[in-house]
Write a protein that binds this ligand. Structure first.
Ligand code: HEC
Length: 498
């Protein structure tokens, strides 16, 4: 048990028990109280309806100055009636006896007690008939009725008689006009309390029925409680288990993340170092092959010059590729620092065109530059914007065999959009989707794809760093349109290069 409450599930169950048990106990006790009160009301109703009937019968008998019945064993002339008014002899010799209301109640009481377990009495202080003297409980009721006159409420009590509960119930009997015929000497005022009609009834059947109902409601509440307990316990333990699983999953995720970060940092370090290492010998190759091709180290045959030229341009291509890789590693390491300055939109185009025009001429392509929309100024990282544009135009030139490459500008209030259009081979839908990825997806048999350069991926990353976007629209055979949108103001406070 101790072990169970040490676990989280155990604690949840304990907590639920602490909450549920008092609620159930409270529920059970209020249910018992209300069941017992209800049962008491039922018993009082039974008593009241018995007495109601008797009162009505008594009144009828009083209004007819008593009833005459044939004298039978047990029905004797009432000695408390005036002499000469107690009995009669009919013409045929039958003996008749006069029965007054109080006597009627006494006579029927026996029957009521036998058949209904109910006993009734008519009593009064200073009775005509000493038998009608009230007992202790009836005296108390009478005293209260007399004190508060005839309209008093019934008085009742559940008393213990020989260990069994008994209901005692009394109502006042008021003096009415019809009573005066016989009760001349005692009380004369109509409406005054003449006596009491009282009832005594075994309460055990009602108490037993109430106990039975209470027991059943306890069982119901207990069953409900058990159900609630089981449900909450189940939910709780499920919650606890889910929580534990989530925690485990989170831990392993965090571990995996840390491992990934370590690997990525290692890759970035490796790329950075390798690029530096490679650039040094490559610069020698480019430098010395340049010197060779210029004939500064002696004359070369045309064939030698051509081959040295190939070595030189291959070296330059390699350096460009290595610069790209270095850029990429900087981007991945989040080490790109943007430097914002104010400059004219048109100035960007001038810078780009200077660099790409020779490339276009080399490939025999027309370079169309429209400065029409290049209005206003930008406050951004000029070098990075130029880098993206040069990359786009160089890429277009590289993949266009004939026709033109066009650069134009669409001005906006808050942003400037550069459009680079070509008449090249175009891109398939799959290529469009993958073109900005690190290793673009290309059709296996297509030799005329944009190639596996990482320039476009870097360009898009830079465009986004600048707060803009780089998109492409293309169809195979219809050329491509690259759109480079950049805000006029660099979104965040420009950091200073350290
Ligand atoms: C026909 C005559 C008669 C009439 C009518 C009558 N009574 Fe009585 N009453 C008696 C007699 C006789 C007794 C005493 C003997 C007995 O117990 O029968 C008595 C007894 C009582 C008692 C019991 C106390 C006692 O004095 O013994 C009460 C209370 C009582 N009557 C109330 C009433 C009321 C109230 C009425 C009117 C609704 C009424 N009676 C009408 C004749 C009458």
């Amino acid at each position: 048990m101790r072990g169970l409450f040490a676990t989280t599930t155990g604690r949840v169950i304990l907590l639920v028990a602490i909450v549920i048990v008092p609620v159930l106990a409270w529920n059970a006790s209020t249910a018992a109280t209300s069941i017992r009160a209800e049962q008491e009301r039922v018993a009082l109703g039974v008593a009241a309806s018995h007495l109601d009937e008797i009162v009505v019968t008594r009144r009828w008998v009083a209004e007819h100055a008593g009833v005459w019945v044939i004298a039978t064993p047990g029905v004797e002339p009432n000695p408390y009636l005036p002499e000469g008014e107690r009995e009669l002899e009919a013409a045929d010799g039958t003996r008749l006896v006069r029965v007054n209301p109080a006597y009627l109640v006494r006579l029927t009481d026996e029957l009521l007690a036998r058949e209904r377990g109910v006993s009734v009495r008519v009593t009064a202080f200073e009775p005509l008939n000493p038998e009608n003297a009230p007992d202790e409980w009836e005296s108390q009721a009478l005293t209260r009725f007399i004190a508060s006159l005839a309209d008093s409420e019934p008085i009742y009590a559940i008393v213990d008689v020989d260990g069994a509960p008994v209901l005692r119930y009394a109502i006042p009997l008021a003096h009415e006009e019809s009573c005066a015929g016989c009760h001349v000497d005692s009380i004369t005022t109509v409406g005054e309390v003449r006596g009491t009609l009282s009832l005594t009834m075994a309460y055990a059947p009602f108490a037993d029925a109430a106990d039975d109902l209470v027991r059943r409601s306890y069982l119901r509440i207990l069953a409900l409680g058990a159900l609630a307990f089981a449900l909450v316990g189940l939910l709780g333990s499920m919650l606890v288990r889910t929580e534990a699983r989530l925690r485990d999953a989170n831990e392993s995720l965090a571990e995996a993340n840390a491992e990934l970060e370590r690997q990525s940092a290692a890759k970035t370090r490796f790329l950075g170092t390798m690029s530096h290492e490679l650039r040094t010998p490559l610069n020698s190759i480019i430098g010395f092959s340049g010197i060779l091709s210029m004939g500064m180290a002696g004359d070369l045959s045309p064939e030698q010059r051509k081959q040295v030229g190939i070595i030189n341009s291959a070296g330059k291509q390699l350096v460009a590729l290595i610069n790209d890789i270095l850029d990429l590693s900087k981007i991945e390491a989040g080490r790109i620092v943007l430097v914002a300055e104010e400059f004219a939109a048109a100035a960007v185009l001038d810078g780009v065109v200077d660099i790409v025009r020779p490339l276009a001429e080399e490939r025999g392509l027309e370079l169309r530059v429209s400065t029409a929309g290049a209005e206003g100024t930008l406050y951004s990282d000029r070098r990075r914007i130029e880098q993206v544009l040069i990359n786009l135009v160089a890429n277009a030139i590289k993949h266009t065999d004939s026709g033109y490459v066009a650069i134009s500008v669409v001005p906006g209030v808050d942003e400037v959009t550069f459009v680079v259009e070509d008449t090249g081979v175009g891109l398939s839908a799959i290529e469009v989707e993958g073109i900005f990825e690190e290793f673009p997806q290309v059709a296996a048999d297509s030799r005329q794809t944009r190639g596996a350069g990482i320039g476009l991926m870097i360009s898009r990353t830079l465009a986004r760093l600048l707060g803009g976007e780089l998109t492409v629209e293309s169809e195979p055979g219809c050329g491509s349109v690259f759109t480079f949108r950049v805000p006029r103001r660099l979104p965040e406070a420009p950091a200073q290069e350290t």
